[in-house]
Design a protein around this ligand. Structure first.
Ligand SMILES: N[C@@H](CCC(=O)N[C@@H](CS)C(=O)NCC(=O)O)C(=O)O
Length: 237
């Protein structure tokens, strides 16, 4: 066997087997929020959980950095001057914004696909802001509760027609975004207002149950006490 033949074989081996397996073994790194008052515990950021959920559902190996957002480490601010979590690193630079991040995860790890039809992208998108207004409201007659109920009813109608998930039988990117927000809604409104999603919205209740039962969700959620601690200063400033 000639020297050049051996060299060629080695090159092919490196390019087709060793290099790809080395690259795929390099874990994706992701910075997420640490719990309020517990910097070594996963915190209550719904945007961070959305990214973690997406990685979990796609079975991507990742290394998590917990960031104490009230005392951000110097290295974190150097790589991400805006200082918000989540940020992700696929091997070269840190990328912020959960919308951008989940789009990139989908591109790099297309299986299983979490892509939803574009017309489903806005489903449930006003639930989080209406929940926050209702949570902060001190005036029971200011319409914030009704505004939230209207958004939940719209989700109910969507799920009735297309459920059990937003895009049918399989979970999709819209569910990844909504699940952590519905968790905050349940925990914070339950705690601060003794309020819960009406049982008459049966498709929404079933949807919430399905989402919260998923292993990916259980693994990436913040403990209830940290969700409450996170909202407390906003509810009673
Ligand atoms: N639009 C951003 C929002 C991210 C965001 O607001 N993160 C919060 C935590 S939930 C944060 O980093 N807060 C700390 C700060 O703003 O200093 C996304 O979707 O990633």
């Amino acid at each position: 066997m000639s020297y050049y033949y051996l060299l060629q074989i080695s090159l092919v081996l490196v390019l087709t087997i060793l290099l790809p397996s080395y690259c795929s073994s390099m874990a994706v790194e992701v910075c997420v929020k640490a719990a309020v008052g517990a910097p070594n515990v996963l915190g209550d950021c719904p945007f961070s959980q959305r990214v973690l959920l997406t990685l979990e559902e796609k079975k991507v190996t990742y290394k998590m950095h917990l960031i104490n957002v009230s005392d951000k480490p110097k290295w974190f601010l150097e790589v991400n001057p805006e200082g918000k979590v989540p940020v992700i690193n696929f091997g070269d630079k840190w990328i912020p914004d959960s919308d951008v991040i989940v789009g990139l995860i989908e591109e790099k790890y297309p299986n299983p696909s979490l892509i939803a039809p574009p017309e489903f992208a806005p489903v449930g998108s006003k639930i989080f802001p209406t929940f926050v207004s209702f949570l902060k409201s001190k005036d029971p007659s200011d319409g914030t509760e009704q505004a939230l109920l209207d958004e939940l009813k719209a989700l109910e109608e969507h799920l009735k027609a297309h459920g059990p998930y937003v895009n049918g039988q399989n979970i999709c990117s819209v569910d990844m975004s909504l699940a952590p927000k519905l968790y905050h809604l349940e925990v914070a409104l339950g705690h601060f207002k003794k309020w819960s999603v009406p049982e008459s919205l049966s498709h929404v209740c079933n949807y919430i149950k399905l989402l919260f039962e998923r292993e990916s969700f259980k693994k990436t959620k913040a403990e209830e006490k940290y969700v409450i601690a996170g909202w407390a200063p906003k509810v009673n400033p």
